[in-house]
Ligand binder design. Structure first.
Ligand SMILES: [Zn+2]
Length: 84
C-alpha cells in the first residue's frame, strides 16, 4: 500500500485516535478518542467525512454531553454510546 503523504509538507500520515479541538460556530470544543489521520511531521489533521459529520453532531449537542461528564471535554465514544 502506498504511504499517504501530507498535502502541506509531504510528511508521512498515520492513522491515530486522539483528542482534537473542533471549531464550531466560533466556539472550540475538545473531543477525545477521535479517529483521524495526522501528519507525523507538521501535525496537520485530516478528517474523514463521516468523522467530521459526527464531530458536528457532537458539537451541536455539546451542552448535553458536558452535563453528563461535568467536564468541558466531549468524548467521541461517549457521544456514540448516547446515540442520536
Ligand atoms: Zn505535514
Amino acid at each position: 500500500m502506498r504511504q499517504e503523504r501530507c498535502e502541506f509538507c509531504n510528511g508521512v500520515i498515520e492513522r491515530i485516535t486522539t483528542r482534537v479541538p473542533f471549531h464550531y460556530k466560533k466556539e472550540v470544543i475538545y473531543v477525545d478518542h477521535v479517529p483521524v489521520r495526522m501528519c507525523r511531521k507538521c501535525g496537520e489533521v485530516y478528517y474523514e467525512a463521516k468523522v467530521y459529520k459526527r464531530l458536528e453532531e457532537i458539537a451541536a449537542r455539546r451542552r448535553t454531553i458536558k452535563a453528563k461528564i461535568t467536564f468541558p471535554l466531549a468524548d467521541y465514544r461517549l457521544a456514540q454510546a448516547l446515540g442520536t
